[in-house]
Design a protein around this ligand. Structure first.
Ligand code: FAD
Length: 617
């Protein structure tokens, strides 16, 4: 080797690579992050936002394991909103609009400050493999570095090909070269590679938009941080705005659909179903006469606007024409055009739950290369792959998260057992135990494991230990505060006069009893701090449902061998998503177990099918 040797080498400084590098280094092994450019570490290739439904849960789990994404998003966030706030806590998704430059700067700072971690600028062109083991990496410029484990997090760069209208350009992202060498090596290892695609909208000059005619959308006040270590959000907060596609927008797109790279047949690969291009939406949802478009600022000192919902591979003239047909955008100027990109990914069924390749010990994969889409999905895999690479070279037991304890566990299990037929993104519906897997209790589910593994540093360990002590003491006090109905009713608590004694913890789960109401019956409960009480109230509210959900899931598991009769008509089962209906109708699984193995089929869908079978035609 011409260069130094490291215990672990991470290839790629995107969302997966940064978490992988930081996790390996936190575990105390010497780590190198090899990436094209230091300046693009932490780059957000598409929308300038972190979190959302399902994805926000992943960010909180990354944070619970002392990962970077939550803290970095807090440092860069310029609008915070908890989505689904009116629904139950289990499906609430924290989301933040980020200032791109601040996000990059905060991530680059976190990487630079991480002990045991060095950044090397360059492109990894090949892996050095000897006697069936990874021994190092070879860079395009001729340098070589030795190592005992490599984590590949190359994103959309493997044989990346950008499409816009009639033009195709080899590229990893707009303006960046594709990576060609590594795909050949992966194929030579006998791995199954596939092609997927994703797309991005044009970026707009905000000074050319008439915001006065558009609905403004403010964030939450006060903003709720992602990380349990962030006390307050200090950035100035901004407004987003909402516009809509019009009949004219739809006409322009429909008239030019043959010029879209997707519809002219130039792109064959599958794109993300839940992040479709605008031309896809016009074709697939032909009955809709308008689609909402969010105009999201890309930064505090940057007038660029990201029009969320308008990703496209139509040519430049069509992009400009359809944009100008929307309210507020009549005079809009385009800063950068939208495009679609096709890239190689590896069939994730080649991986173990540690994210190591079955065929080549010492090689780990994380992020878009595994067929996922999204920063959060990438970061979560990066953390697990980087941690496992470091644990393996230290001869320590691997870190594997279960489906019942985390969304990260759900995602990795889905990937390695079912594979992907389209870019995989996280949804709360993918989890069996979603009432337990809430974004509010990620630290209660994962931080102790993180401390035991060595992933969680002393600051978070201490912070969490104090919180856990407060929760345990608070819950003990609530569970030992017992009342009869008549005592409860005497203090105005609405409890059935059934003679049954109840604890304060049980009463906290009642929708019409608030924590303050309990103080009338038990003044001593004021020793429980308000934030501890708020968390215990959510825990109490869900305790009974979590048990019920566990029983439902066990029923499905028991009945896995049950045959699905021919008369089952998936199109007629209300409650199944279009995606699940289509997949089940096309594949006609013979048993519940076979239905479960189809990617995208959720635990809730299986419960519905089981109920239909039990009820009979
Ligand atoms: P990336 O963030 O792509 O990072 C890869 C990094 O690796 C880069 O820094 C690159 O320079 C480096 N690298 C690659 N190969 C090498 C090598 N051989 N040697 C050294 N360094 C290397 N996600 C969504 O959820 N919704 C969307 O609508 C969406 N649209 C997208 C549109 C476009 C055009 C693109 C490019 C991406 C889009 N994404 C979208 C995906 C999102 O950007 C990715 O899921 C996420 O960034 C993946 O993270 P990653 O770490 O796997 O890879």
């Amino acid at each position: 080797m011409s260069g130094k040797a490291y215990d672990v080498i991470i290839v790629g400084g995107g969302h997966a690579g940064c978490e992988a590098a930081a996790a390996a280094a936190r575990l105390g092994v010497s780590t190198a992050l090899v990436t094209h450019k230091r300046a693009t570490i932490g780059e957000m290739s598409c929308n300038p936002a972190i979190g959302g439904l399902g994805k926000g849960h992943l960010v909180r789990e990354i944070d619970a394991l002392d990962g970077l994404m939550g803290r970095v998003a807090d440092a860069a966030g310029i609008q915070f909103r908890v989505l689904n706030r009116r629904k139950g806590p289990a499906v609430r998704g924290p989301r933040a609009q980020a200032d791109r430059a601040l996000y990059r700067a905060a991530m680059q700072k976190a990487i630079a400050e991480q002990p045991n971690l060095e950044v090397i600028e360059g492109e990894v062109d090949d892996l050095i493999v000897d006697h069936g083991r990874v021994e190092g990496v070879a860079l395009l410029d001729g340098r070589t570095f030795g190592t005992r484990a490599v984590v590949l997090t190359t994103g959309t760069f493997l044989r990346g090909l950008i499409h816009r209208g009639e033009e195709t350009t080899p590229a990893g992202r707009l303006g960046e070269k594709p990576v060609l060498g590594l795909s050949k090596r992966l194929e030579a290892l006998g791995l199954q590679l596939g092609r997927l695609k994703t797309g991005t909208p044009a970026r707009l000059d905000g000074t050319s938009i008439d915001f006065s005619m558009l609905e403004a959308q403010p964030g939450d006040e006060p903003p709720e941080p992602f990380s349990s270590l962030t006390e307050t959000i200090t950035n100035r907060q901004v407004m987003c705005h909402v516009t809509r596609t019009t009949a004219e927008t739809h006409r322009i797109i429909a008239d030019n659909i043959h010029r879209s790279a997707m519809y002219s047949g130039r792109i064959q690969s599958r794109g993300p179903r839940y992040c479709p291009s605008i031309e896809d939406k016009i074709v697939r949802f032909a009955d809709r006469d308008s689609h909402q478009i969010f105009l999201e600022p890309e930064g505090l000192d940057d007038p660029t606007i990201y029009p969320n919902g308008l990703s496209t591979s139509l040519p430049a003239d069509v992009q400009e024409a359809f944009l100008r047909s929307m309210p507020g955008l009549a005079d809009v100027r385009i800063v950068k055009l939208g495009y679609a990109i096709e890239y190689d990914h590896v069939d994730p069924r080649e991986l173990l739950p540690t994210l190591a390749l079955r065929r080549l010990p010492g090689l780990y994969l994380a992020g878009q290369i595994n067929g996922t889409t999204g920063y959060e999905e990438a970061a979560a895999q990066g953390l697990i792959a980087g941690a496992n690479a470091a644990l393996a070279v230290s001869d320590r037991a691997p870190l594997m998260l279960s489906r019942t304890a985390s969304y990260i566990g759900v995602m990795i299990d889905d990937l390695v057992t079912r594979g992907v037929s389209e870019p995989y993104r996280m949804f709360t519906s993918r989890a069996e135990f979603r009432l337990h897997l809430r974004s509010d209790n990620a630290d209660q589910r994962l931080t102790t494991l993180g401390v035991e593994t060595g992933l969680v540093g002393p600051v978070r360990a201490d912070h969490y230990a104090k919180k856990a002590r407060r929760l345990v003491a608070g819950r003990a006090l609530l569970e030992t505060s017992v009342t009869t109905p008549s005592e409860a009713r005497a203090t105005g608590l609405a409890v059935n006069a059934d003679g049954q004694k109840r604890t304060a913890f049980e009463l906290l789960s009642y929708p019409d009893i608030a924590a303050e109401d309990l103080l009338r019956r038990w003044p001593d409960l004021h020793v429980i701090a308000p934030e501890t009480m708020a968390q215990l109230a959510v825990d109490a509210q869900y305790a009974v449902y979590v048990d019920r959900q566990r029983a439902d899931i066990e029923a499905v598991r028991r009945d896995e061998a049950i045959a699905i009769p021919d008369w089952v008509d998936y199109a007629a089962i209300s409650g199944l998503s279009i995606e699940i209906r289509q997949k089940l109708t096309a594949r006609r699984p013979a048993t519940l177990a076979q239905a479960q193995a189809i990617d995208g089929v959720t635990p809730a869908a299986l419960t519905l099918i089981l109920a239909i079978i039990k009820r009979g035609a």
